[in-house]
Design a protein around this ligand. Structure first.
Ligand code: GLU
Length: 496
């Protein structure tokens, strides 16, 4: 049994696209399940030069997801370099090898000629494409062109008839008619390879056993099968992964035209947007693993280590899947609730600091259990509990203090009545406050929501927050009473 080696081979164009992350995730799960290796390779031959910034952004996103790689540009490995623009001599060598062995040829056609051929084909209502002019040049014509120093590309000699079978691990054999295929360019006139040549040379030299990639590449796969054959190399197993579609099931998720959820909110497409929006990497990867694959026993919440144990290709759905924001949000809440409190506190720090707040670690640890059941995203902590970290207590607005079916005077009277009761509590725990305030509602003839809501606004300055009594417990008795007193003053001046 050969060692399983999979790779993730992004072009570094900025952050990581969520659909690419899904391909990476399936490649990673497959490698981990088989105790194999997962390789990161950068396919930057379109950009002329390796861009360290783009690479750093990509690595930051990929590291955040927790999908660690065994070989890659930053950590090296036995088959490096892992950046295509640093491997150009290899592609040139193998491109020329194909020419020498009559599997490829030099094409000297100019852009203008190619355009003209295309136009003529379109006029004749034929599929556009190259007419294989240079495939049939005589040795003299070639020698003449070379002597004249004409620039050329190297094109593959596709068999002109017959079929090419692409064996795909999740789709079975996919059959292509060779007469519909092109003589694709492998090496460009500037010496850079196209994707087709680079991917074959690299996957072979890096000993990739399973080519796990998006099914957008399926149409190129017959060329790749033919290239393996021409080189006489063993073909890896192809696994063409389904795409992640927009929520309406139409079209691939795209950064240029970001989809919207049913409330009209933009759905982020790049991993960095999810990082910034307070999603957990555990939730995002769990969500992606659930679209197109299933754990096998109806279980929807699981870690990637658990998924790796179970992962197999037989439960991968070859059909594309639509994105569902509700599922992701739900999973995010589930993973937030599964975090140990000290870990949750650690992760809440960044969103609070990003909101300009100075975080006190001890207080954050107190707040973590109170918010844990309520957060959909980590960023929600700012709205729920940011007030704990304001250097100055943000005073409530009178209209927020005044409760439903009440006015300033009755609200003031209600809050004033709570003060001595709260002050008299020896035990200022949330449970003790709740019992006392519950009893008070009966005495005052007000509802729970009126009293608890009024107190909430009084101590937090806002209508939505952590629960009232837990909040007061964390603030402590003196600070809570001080804030209620401030609320009374506000209502006094408002009523005056
Ligand atoms: N660079 C290609 C892409 O980003 C990789 C495709 C592959 O995995 O072979 O789509």
């Amino acid at each position: 049994m050969t060692t399983v080696r999979t790779r993730f081979a992004p072009s570094p164009t900025g952050s990581l696209h969520i659909g690419n992350l899904r391909s990476a995730l399936f490649s990673w799960l497959f490698a981990r399940h088989h105790g194999g290796q997962f390789i990161l390779r950068i396919e930057d031959t379109d950009q002329k030069r390796f861009d360290p910034n783009a690479f750093a952004i990509l690595v930051e996103a990929l590291r955040w997801t927790g999908l660690e790689w065994d070989e890659g540009p930053d950590i090296g490995g036995p088959y490096g370099p892992y950046v295509q623009s640093e491997r150009l001599p290899l592609y040139q060598e193998w491109g020329n090898w194909l020419v020498e062995h009559d599997h490829a040829y030099r094409c000297y056609c100019t852009e203008e000629r190619l355009e003209q051929v295309n136009q003529e084909k379109i006029t004749r209502k034929e599929a556009p494409g190259y007419d294989r002019h240079c495939r049939n040049l005589s040795a003299e014509e070639r020698a003449k062109n070379d002597a004249a120093g004409l620039p050329y590309v190297i094109r593959f000699k596709m068999p002109l008839d017959g079929q090419t079978v692409v064996p795909d691990a999740i789709r079975g054999d996919v059959v292509f008619e060779n007469n519909l295929l092109q003589d694709a360019v492998l090496l460009k006139s500037d010496g850079f390879p196209t994707y087709h040549l680079a991917v074959i040379v690299d996957d072979h030299l890096m000993k990739i056993s399973h080519v796990t990639r998006s099914n957008e590449w399926l149409s190129s796969a017959p060329l790749h099968v033919q290239l393996y054959e021409a080189f006489g190399w063993e073909t890896p197993v192809f696994v063409h992964l389904p795409l992640l579609l927009n929520p309406d099931g139409k079209g691939k998720m795209s950064k240029r035209k970001p989809p919207r959820d049913k409330h009209g909110n933009l759905i982020p497409v790049m991993v960095h947007d999810y990082m910034r929006a307070g999603y957990l990497p555990e939730a995002l990867t769990n969500f992606l693993a659930n679209t197109g694959w299933n754990f096998g026993d109806e279980r929807e919440v699981f870690s990637m280590a658990e998924a790796a144990e179970r992962f197999d290709l037989s439960r991968l759905n070859p059909a594309n899947s639509a994105f569902t924001s509700e599922k992701l949000d739900w999973l995010n809440g589930e993973h937030i609730r599964a975090l140990p409190l000290d870990e949750l506190a650690r992760r809440l720090q960044q969103p609070l600091e990003d909101a300009g707040l100075t975080v006190d670690d001890a207080k954050l640890l107190q707040i973590a259990p109170v918010v844990q059941t309520r957060l959909k995203t980590l960023n929600d902590v700012v709205d729920f509990a940011g007030f704990f970290f304001h250097s100055e207590f943000l005073k409530p607005q009178p209209e927020d203090l005044i409760q439903k079916k009440m006015d300033a005077t009755s609200t003031r009277a209600m809050l004033a009545a709570s003060l001595p009761v709260l002050e008299g509590l020896d035990d200022f725990s949330a449970a003790s406050q709740l019992a006392a305030m519950d009893a008070l509602t009966g005495e005052l003839g007000v509802s729970r929501s009126q009293l608890f809501g009024g107190l909430r606004v009084a101590v937090t300055g806002q209508r939505v927050s952590t629960p009232t009594f837990e909040t007061m417990e964390i603030l402590g008795k003196p600070e809570s009473l001080r804030r209620i007193q401030i609320a009374l003053d506000i209502l006094d001046s408002g009523a005056a």
